[in-house]
Design a protein around this ligand. Structure first.
Ligand SMILES: [Zn+2]
Length: 422
């Protein structure tokens, strides 16, 4: 399909040097992180951004090898019994993404991660302590009552979808898994029907994107129009594999104030994300770094297409299976985080596929694709972040693979090597 501009070369081990115009990334504060706050302004013309040969698999060799340890700042091991009295999980997405790029992320946005949330609890209910040595029947009964009640509350929290994975999500690239809304499709990842056919592709389509503005009504129309185009692009693929496809809901707001979701609860500390529990893509304009990207609306479209990619995963059954596997492995165990990265990087690949479809239909220019490509190389995990999204290099590589190949089978991050999803 559409080929990228020429002049690309292999990505050297360790990644490419920073873009000439790149600003130094401020060292992240400790704790769990969000996507990097876009340290740089995409340069006009987009020359010099890292590229890959069209059709190549994501370049191996960069990034950390698998087997890294737990991210810093995690107070507990996955699967560990919860402490008494910890606050309700407030994950979903990476909180602090807000830093809007140029400003160092505010510590206030990156609170220490709550203890492994509901899933860990559900999987490993609080251990029953040995009965205290003869303090009397009433004391024993009291202890048992407390344990029973706390277990009940924890399970209730799980059922109501107050999160689930602390899968951080963040930024523009996030999904907030929850139990619920996960029964769609076929519960499988690597061998999901969506990834099976070699020719499953998004056909070129000319989307009539409406003008972009940060004014909420205008932005809402923009995303709703894009959502229609995305549905028109993806539904035929689901028809092809005989799976039903329902369009997601889209929630566009000026900011996060007062936005309550099944995935984030009452927290207003989130960025754009997809919540599988209510099948909704949340796009708070204040979290899109519009001060940085200005009228380069293809960046917002790309973020939206990534989130839409999570909906595609949910509809196909990939997301439900991933959630189950993460619960089993421990959401923040090495395996759990690797599953998160495979999920996120696949959404990048789907994002690239959609942009290829849109470019092929004449709705996006080559220059806009360049902007989106550049952007895709700047949203990975930063040092100190929870390793849940993958390196920036891998993020860009998977986006490019999706764009260049435009085949779902090429987006099978679940069959990729550890390096490709590091
Ligand atoms: Zn994501």
């Amino acid at each position: 399909m559409t080929r990228p501009p020429s002049g690309n070369g292999p990505i050297p081990p360790g990644g490419r040097p920073p873009h000439p115009g790149q600003r130094p990334v401020p060292p992240p504060p400790p704790g769990y992180g969000q996507r990097p706050g876009y340290p740089q302004q995409p340069g006009p013309g987009q020359s010099g951004y890292p590229q890959q040969q069209p059709g190549r698999q994501p370049a191996p060799g960069y990034g950390r090898p698998p087997g890294y340890g737990q991210p810093s700042g995690y107070p507990q091991q996955p699967g560990q019994a919860p402490r008494q009295g910890f606050p309700p999980p407030a994950y979903g997405q990476q909180p602090g993404y807000r830093a809007s790029g140029q400003v160092p992320r505010q510590p206030a946005y990156r609170p220490p991660m709550p203890p492994p949330p509901a899933y860990a609890q559900a999987g490993a209910p609080p251990p029953v302590r040995p009965a205290p040595p003869r303090r009397g029947r009433w004391a024993s009964i009291l202890v048992i009552l407390i344990l029973v009640i706390s277990t009940f509350l924890v399970r209730a929290a799980v059922r109501t979808g107050l999160n689930a994975f602390g899968s951080g999500d963040s930024v523009q690239t996030t999904y907030a898994p929850t139990p619920g809304g996960e029964s769609a499709g076929v519960a499988a990842t690597v061998d999901n029907p969506l990834l099976a056919g070699e020719d499953l592709t998004l056909v070129p389509a000319n989307c009539k994107y409406t003008p972009w503005s940060t004014e909420v009504g205008t932005a809402r129309t923009f995303f709703e129009t894009a959502a229609t185009c995305l549905s028109n692009a993806w539904k035929p693929v689901f028809d092809e594999i005989n799976l039903p496809f329902e369009a997601p809901k889209v929630n566009v707001s000026a900011d996060t104030n007062g936005i309550t979701t099944l995935c984030t609860g009452n927290s207003s500390n989130f960025a754009a994300f997809y919540c599988s529990a209510d099948q909704t893509i949340y796009m708070p304009i204040s979290q899109l770094q519009t001060d940085l990207f200005k009228n380069d609306w293809v960046v917002y479209l790309s973020v939206f297409a990534h989130e839409y990619g999570h909906h595609v995963q949910a509809q196909s059954g990939i997301l439900g299976k991933v959630h189950q596997q993460r619960r089993d492995a421990g959401t923040r165990s090495d395996t759990g985080l690797e599953l998160s990265r495979r999920t996120e990087l696949q959404a990048n690949c789907f994002d690239g596929m959609y942009l290829a479809s849109s470019k092929g239909g004449g709705a996006l220019t080559t220059a806009q694709i360049g902007v989106a490509r550049t952007d895709s190389y700047h949203r990975g995990d930063s040092a100190g972040d929870m390793r849940d999204h993958g390196t920036s290099q891998n993020g860009g590589a998977w986006f490019e693979l999706g764009f260049d190949k435009n085949r779902t089978a090429q987006c099978n991050t679940f069959s990729a090597s550890g390096k490709q999803v590091s």
